[in-house]
Design a protein around this ligand. Sequence first.
Ligand code: BT5
Length: 325
Amino acid sequence: MTPDAQILTALRSTPAGVSGAELAQRLGISRAAVWARIEELRRTGYDIEASPHLGYRLRAAPDALHADDLLARLGAVKVVGRDIRVFQETTSTNDVMEKLARDGVKEGVAVFAESQTKGRGRLGRKWLSAAGKGLWFSVLLRPKIRPQAATQLTVAAATALARAIHRQTAVQPEIKWPNDILIRGKKVVGILTELSAELDTVKYIILGIGVDVNQTAADFPPDVRRLATSLRLETGQPLDRAELAAAILRELDQDYARICGGQFEALADEWEERCSTIGANVAIHVGSRIVQGRAESLDADGALLLRTQHGHLERIIGGDVTVEK
Ligand code: BT5
């Protein structure tokens, strides 16, 4: 952990205050060096009180994402989030991650951006990424799985996100196959899974995740406003984005461990419970084809099994779904 992450961890774990001497000892640096770090944190917006009796006290953190702060809030993780990078602006965090992946960066790194100029969805669609209002980030994974099983990671991401949102807001979101999370029928999260693979092995997977957190209705243009919502709109309150980001990474770390440990079935069960598509009669657009039927379950690779009108089971790995009444 960096010195700033260690300082923020210490300040959060002792809200009553930590002395400069204690921080210096914990970090193995001088008190003057601690003071310099505190000054730097203040410059980036942290409200840290310094008093001769109580030492340093964290009064408030800014509504901005900082890598050290995210690391401090996240605590110990196995893989996901052990390296966090934050950009003010990027084209798309998936683009940044692609370069890191090709440079051989270790799995687990998470890249956040406060704003994206070319945020994207599937099939070249646009993803709106209002500056400072949501969580726009990508996670790099290098699972030892066959390319056909890559959908498992989208399943893991959706399950982790639904759980984290429920824990942080008490709202019960629903998963819409394959890559959306909805609240009261409106989209609050989109997931874009991008894959680099050889014939029989995955080289890496980039999970691109967009979470609408603090937008008001006016932050969405009219065409998207009909379909989209934010956690703030649903709960009536602005949310601490950094706290939510840490919660999501923590849940994703757990679900990734479940996949790596061969427990996809348990994960798929949880996904099915949270998924509104399962059990529904749906029409799925797959390229120019439309497949209709009843969504039954996920198979071992994470593909959707659809029972068609003729009684056949179709295995579908991607598409746009409409629920039929
Ligand atoms: C998705 O695509 O839902 C995947 C979105 C992934 C976004 C993240 S942000 C971090 C990372 N970097 C990126 O560049 N992307 C990922 P899809 O299922 O194709 O849905 C796209 C559709 O969602 C659009 O055509 C709009 O109708 C709608 N949409 C656009 N922006 C939205 C938003 N902020 N909230 C809700 N819906 C939105």
